[in-house]
Every structure is written in structure tokens, then in C-alpha cells.
Ligand binder design. Structure first.
Ligand code: GDP
Ligand code: MG
Length: 180
């Protein structure tokens, strides 16, 4: 077996308050704290998955509050990322629209950069069913239309779902590398 170390740069995008930091911290520490402040940082996390050493670099970004370009993504971010997680809240319609715009922007930019970094769309706050305004079907259709993975999860509740997002993205990143 090939035992070389795998390194994966993962960029989290999406509107403010959708749970990007909660998802990141939950993956890194298994804990859900509740309040995270406004953080824009890259965490390095070493893991062993199926006997292989993995280094996750996770960029928990802040969504720029630029009125003209909500959710603008910098060239630097796109070039850095091996894989992207786009998070919205199932209780926040505007956050779903931000993800829709970001997906379109990224897919166009990737054509120019001839980049094939995989994308996963995450509908977070699944525990707040009574406040849901974005249906699972809408999320799934958006993902299908742009060839993205899709999960609905709760960063607050089920750790399993959080793990699946990162592991699935890692699989897609490794797949994309073998195709190259
Ligand atoms: P960010 O701005 O996207 O990084 O969002 P945060 O991670 O800071 O989360 C924003 C707020 O949503 C915080 O008060 C979190 O406690 C809360 N939150 C995040 N994920 C969940 C979730 O899955 N369920 C619930 N109920 N609240 C969540
Ligand atoms: Mg945050």
C-alpha cells in the first residue's frame, strides 16, 4: 500500500452564522461550544484514516460583508483549496442563496484555472426542524446541478454527520488527484 502522507487543504465558505466555525471545531475537537466569535483562521489537524496519515488544513473563513458581492471568494482562497465545503443553514433562506451564488462563481472560476477541486454543500442546523425554511430537496437539487456532494447535518448534535462531510471530501480530493 502507498503510505505517503496525504495533505488536504479544505476551505469552508458560506454566509455568516450558518455554523462554519461550529462545524470546524466539532470536527477538530468533537465538541460543540455554542459561541465562536468572528474567526478567520487555518487549523492544521493530523489524523489517521484507514491506517493512512492525513493532514487536514482547514480554513474557517469569514464571509465578507460587501454589499456588491455578497460572499466574495478571493483568488487566493480558490488557489489554496483542494476541496471546498459550502455551508448554509436550513433555517436561513438568504444563506442558501449565498451558497447558490458561491457555487456558480466557483464553478466558473475553476474553468479558468482548470481546477477540479471538489465541492460539498452542507445544510446545517438540521436539529432545528421546526425553523426549517429550505427543504432537503432544494439542497439536493442545487448540489446535483453543480456536481457537488450534499449532506444535511447538525454541527450541534450528530458527530457522525460532521465526520462524513470531511471524510467524503477527502475521498473526492484523492479521487480528483488520481484523475489528474
Ligand atoms: P459561522 O459564522 O458560520 O462560523 O457560524 P458559527 O459557527 O459561529 O455559528 C453561529 C451560531 O449558530 C452559533 O450560535 C452556533 O452555536 C449556532 N449553531 C451552529 N451550528 C448549529 C447547529 O447545527 N444547530 C444549532 N441549533 N445551532 C448551531
Ligand atoms: Mg465563524
Amino acid at each position: 500500500a502507498n503510505q505517503t502522507k496525504v495533505e488536504a487543504n479544505i476551505l469552508l465558505l458560506g454566509a455568516e452564522n450558518v455554523g462554519k466555525s461550529a462545524l470546524t471545531v466539532r470536527f477538530l475537537t468533537r465538541r460543540f461550544i455554542g459561541e465562536y466569535g468572528s474567526i478567520d483562521t487555518i487549523y492544521s489537524h493530523h489524523d489517521k484514516i484507514d491506517g493512512r496519515d492525513i493532514c487536514f488544513n482547514i480554513w474557517d473563513s469569514l464571509c465578507p460583508q460587501n454589499a456588491e458581492e455578497p460572499g466574495h471568494i478571493s483568488q487566493r482562497q480558490l488557489q489554496w483549496a483542494d476541496g471546498l465545503i459550502l455551508v448554509y443553514s436550513i433555517c436561513d433562506r438568504a444563506s442558501f442563496n449565498v451558497v447558490r451564488q458561491q457555487v456558480q462563481y466557483i464553478r466558473q472560476a475553476q474553468q479558468k484555472l482548470s481546477s477540479s477541486a471538489p465541492l460539498i454543500i452542507v445544510g446545517n442546523k438540521r436539529d432545528l426542524q421546526h425553523q426549517r425554511v429550505v427543504s432537503s430537496e432544494e439542497g439536493r437539487l442545487l448540489a446535483l446541478s453543480a456536481d457537488c456532494g450534499f449532506f444535511e447535518i447538525s454541527a450541534a448534535e450528530a458527530y457522525h454527520g460532521v465526520l462524513m462531510v470531511f471524510h467524503e471530501l477527502l475521498d473526492l480530493i484523492r479521487e480528483a488527484r488520481t484523475i489528474k
